[in-house]
Write a protein that binds this ligand. Structure first.
Ligand SMILES: [Zn+2]
Length: 162
């Protein structure tokens, strides 16, 4: 019997992602696309630009809204999305994700020069910058992680022996 319940892969603040059925009660705000945040918008914006390089600037007002969105996946796509776990509430009829990587975590504020060149689960570390705002880690390939106090970087515990 074909199961046409759609699946939603939910990003959470803490990995791994969670797989739900579309009818799961815990994610209906995403399915409906509820308003997540409304912020008054104010300030100035370029209303018109002219060929001579001058612009007409004027005040703008309004409201910025952001919405919850649901990211749908198919069973076929699940094979390539990486780690996820199945929601316990709706228990989607789908395979479990790959087993969690064995990692050890290091607090961003404790990263030091000797960590440069180490390979984290996200990539090799090329640069570490600490500032009053937090820690910025640049990985090979140009990926930049912006980490606050208490955030961690994960390193694989051991190379997986095949
Ligand atoms: Zn669920």
């Amino acid at each position: 019997m074909p199961d046409d319940v759609r699946l939603i892969l939910n990003r959470t603040s803490e990995p791994p992602r969670v797989l739900h059925r579309e009818d799961c009660p815990t994610i209906q705000h995403q399915v409906r696309g509820d308003v997540r945040e409304e912020r008054p918008r104010g300030g100035f914006a370029i209303l018109e630009s002219y060929e001579d390089g001058l612009s007409l600037i004027g005040p703008v007002e309004g409201v910025d809204r952001s919405y919850y969105t649901a990211s749908y996946v198919t069973i076929e796509q699940l094979a390539s999305v990486g780690r996820y776990r199945r929601c316990k509430t709706c228990a989607p009829d789908a395979p479990d994700g790959p087993p969690p990587l064995q990692v050890h975590r290091k607090k961003a504020e404790n990263l030091e020069a000797s960590d440069i060149g180490r390979v984290s689960v996200d990539g090799a570390i090329e640069r570490i910058e600490h500032s009053s705002e937090g820690t910025t880690v640049t990985l090979n390939g140009g990926v930049v992680l912006t980490l606050g106090a208490g955030d961690t970087v994960s390193f694989p515990k051991k190379p997986q022996s095949a």
